[in-house]
Structures are given as structure tokens and as C-alpha cells.
Design a protein around this ligand. Structure first.
Ligand code: FDA
Length: 373
């Protein structure tokens, strides 16, 4: 076997950033990836000239200028601004909740009128302590918005009734008293022109990095651990330890992608279906991430269905409640005590609901710790 300094398990943003930075410092890196392609969940693939976000809508947004400059080394970003629309039983509302939403919902026109209406609606919970997610949402925003824009979507996302979900899931429901449909509050956002995969491709392009896809770490786990001086593991930390302390919880998703013979199917990149009856939560029309670029007679849409997670399913979201976070801490402790040569990183290795900018930041912190000690 060739001599490597690091084995990186997983070619997502965390693994690729670590590999790139290690190679920059003259280290030899082997990257293994169990899927048949690199880039993890940010993978995009061109179909009919359209960049398809294979694992759900990915919009890069950050307030950290250093992270923005860092990612811009690898791609040119367009000026895409995330402004999803909610479809509730055929009526369309702007998101996040802002003056456009309130105007459509109640006919109010000024911020004062909107606040008066919200406060009137919140009265229902006055003096009561919210005991579940439904009560919490009503105490924050009132019943109309809760029932039309929060309830069905949240119940589908979690696979549970809002009255059975804990109140803490919704700590805040941001209300914007301007006619501004920009979903994120960050200063910087966009989509890489030509998709995300190029970012990881460029990160892994060094001669000092070898990449093998279609390879599962667990197929030869002992051999890998014995032969590599150091391993960066970006898979599930509980799976690494064979679930010996118990299973962490995840939510999964099922994506249904379809090519349609129309130029413009829904007029927006992301439409949320907020009623309980529609089984999917979102429909993504990929060409709108790049302002309609691609074949004029075709479009690609993806329906996103939330799903329970069982062993073997893709673990898209960690469920960061108290119980899981406590269990994760025990796994992190075990890692420290038993696996000094393994660095656990990324969404699954650190069991955190990281966005892309946060993953980049976490990877760079890890690099700093590893090479400047
Ligand atoms: P990631 O999961 O991407 O990579 C881990 C890799 O390790 C995977 O490729 C996996 O196959 C591989 N692997 C796991 N176990 C292995 C094993 N045993 N052997 C070999 N390989 C193994 N963020 C954002 O900023 N804006 C957004 O709009 C969105 N949108 C969004 C939508 C959806 C549906 C999801 C699920 C996530 C987002 N995100 C997001 C979050 C974003 O996807 C996330 O921050 C990064 O992709 C995480 O990168 P990681 O490298 O940590 O994990």
C-alpha cells in the first residue's frame, strides 16, 4: 500500500476541505467515499443544461466574510436569493413571514397593523405556558399563520402531531415587518454557477490526494485503522462505534425527481406545501437556482418527502434534542478515550445540524488544530 498521512472517510464538504488543506501542507491523503460520486449532500449533476441538486435545495449563505472568500476560491457564485413560497391548499404565501404574507393573510398594509393583528391572535395563549409545539407556535405568531403555514409542514417534517411535539423545537418564529421575501438574514448568499460538485472536485484535485468512490469504510474498518496513521471520519459517529451506547436519531428524506416538457413549471426554485394532505414538503424546480439556465423545452423538478430513519437509510438530519445531544456527548467522550487517531467531523461525525458555511468553518478549525499544534 502507498504511504498516506491521512485517510479521509467521506468526500462531503468537511472531508474535502480537510483533504485540500492537508495536501496544501504536503500531506498525502486517501479519500474513500461509499456513494458512487464525490461531494456528499452538496452533489449537483447537470441534466439538460440544468444543475440538479441531487440531495435537496442547497443555497449557500453566511455572514462570515472569511468563509465566503474561502468558498469563492472554488466557484463563482451568482446573486441567487432564497425566497421560497408556501402553497396552502392552492393559495400562495410569501416566506419567511413578512409584510407580503400578512397582507395576503389579513389584508393589513402597515407594520403596525400587522403587529396589532399578530398580538390579537397571540391572545389565545395569554398567561399560559406552551406545553407542546402547537401551543408554542400559537403563542409566538397566532392561530392563522400557525394553521396555514406551520402546522402541516412541521407535522410532515417530524412525522408526529404538533400537539405531541415538544415546544422547544420552535424557539423563535422570525417575523419580518418589511416587504422583504429574502429568507436568510445573512449578508452573503448565492449559488455556484455550474453547481456545487466543482467545489469538491477542485478541492480534491491535488496530486497528493487519491479518491476512491463506492468504498465503505466499514467493509475493511480494522485494516484502515491499522494502516493509516490518522483517520478523518465524516460518517455517523454512532455507527463507527457499532451503536454500542445506543442509536442517535436522524430524519431521512426521499427524493422523487421528474423531467417535464415545459420551460417553467412553478415559477420559483422552492415551493413549500404547508397543508397536511400533500405528502411532500417541498417541490424544487432546479433551473431557477440559475435564473432559468438550461434547455428551454425542459425542466427538472424534485419532490421532497420526509421519512423516518432506520438503519441503512440516508441520515439527512440529526435530531438535536436533549436526549440525542447527551448521547452524542457520550460518543464524543468514547472517541476521545478510545480513538486518539480518529478525528470525527462534519454533520454526521459531530452530530450537528450544520449548514455549509458552518461545515467549512468547522473543517478549518479542525485543520488549524491538527496542523498548528
Ligand atoms: P455529507 O453528508 O455531505 O458528507 C459525508 C459523506 O461521507 C457522504 O458523502 C457519505 O456518503 C460519506 N460516508 C458516510 N459514511 C461513510 C462510510 N462508512 N464510508 C465511506 N463514506 C461514508 N446547507 C446550507 O448551507 N444551505 C442549504 O440550503 C442546505 N440545504 C440542505 C438541504 C438538505 C435536504 C440537506 C440534507 C442538507 C442541507 N444543507 C444545507 C446542509 C449541507 O448539506 C451540509 O452542511 C453539508 O453537506 C455537510 O457536509 P458534510 O461533509 O458534513 O456531510
Amino acid at each position: 500500500m502507498e504511504k498516506y498521512d491521512y485517510l479521509v472517510v467521506g468526500s462531503g464538504l468537511f472531508g474535502a476541505t480537510f483533504a485540500y488543506e492537508a495536501a496544501k501542507r504536503g500531506k498525502r491523503v486517501k479519500v474513500i467515499e461509499k456513494r458512487d460520486h464525490i461531494a456528499g449532500n452538496i452533489y449537483t449533476k447537470e441534466v439538460d443544461g440544468i444543475q440538479v441538486h441531487q440531495y435537496g435545495a442547497h443555497i449557500f449563505h453566511t455572514s462570515n466574510k472569511e468563509i465566503w472568500d474561502y468558498v469563492n476560491q472554488f466557484a463563482t457564485f451568482n446573486r441567487y436569493t432564497n425566497s421560497p413560497v408556501a402553497n396552502y391548499k392552492g393559495t400562495m404565501y410569501n416566506l419567511p413571514f413578512n409584510m407580503n404574507t400578512f397582507n395576503k393573510m389579513w389584508g393589513v398594509r402597515t407594520p403596525q397593523e400587522a403587529m396589532d393583528k399578530i398580538n390579537e391572535q397571540r391572545q389565545e395563549m395569554a398567561g399560559k405556558t406552551p406545553q407542546n409545539l402547537e401551543e408554542q407556535a400559537i403563542s409566538l405568531i397566532g392561530r392563522d399563520i400557525y394553521e396555514k403555514l406551520v402546522k402541516g409542514y412541521t407535522e410532515k417534517q417530524w412525522g408526529q402531531k404538533a400537539t405531541e411535539l415538544p415546544a422547544f423545537i420552535i424557539r423563535r418564529l422570525p417575523v419580518r415587518l418589511t416587504y422583504d421575501n429574502n429568507y436568510f438574514n445573512d449578508d452573503l448568499q448565492g449559488i455556484p454557477v455550474g453547481g456545487y460538485t466543482q467545489i469538491v472536485e477542485k478541492m480534491l484535485a491535488s496530486d497528493l490526494i487519491d479518491v476512491e468512490t463506492g468504498v465503505d469504510f466499514f467493509a475493511k474498518r480494522e485494516e484502515y485503522l491499522a494502516n493509516y496513521p490518522k483517520v478523518v471520519f465524516t460518517g455517523m459517529i454512532d455507527e463507527f462505534f457499532d451503536y454500542q451506547l445506543g442509536e442517535l436519531q436522524y430524519r431521512s428524506l426521499r427524493f422523487e425527481t421528474e423531467e417535464l416538457d415545459v420551460d417553467n413549471y412553478q415559477g420559483n426554485a422552492v415551493i413549500n406545501y404547508t397543508d397536511a394532505e400533500t405528502p411532500y414538503t417541498r417541490v424544487i424546480e432546479h433551473k431557477h437556482f440559475e435564473f432559468g439556465k438550461g434547455d428551454k423545452d425542459k425542466t427538472i423538478v424534485t419532490r421532497e418527502y420526509p421519512a423516518d430513519w432506520h438503519r441503512g437509510d440516508e441520515p439527512y438530519y440529526p435530531v438535536n434534542n436533549q436526549q440525542n445531544n447527551d448521547l452524542y456527548k457520550q460518543y464524543a467522550k468514547l472517541a476521545q478515550e478510545k480513538e486518539a487517531n480518529v478525528i470525527f467531523g462534519g454533520r454526521l461525525g459531530q452530530y450537528r445540524y450544520y449548514d455549509m458555511d458552518q461545515v467549512l468553518h468547522a473543517a478549518l478549525v479542525c485543520v488549524e488544530k491538527e496542523f498548528n499544534k
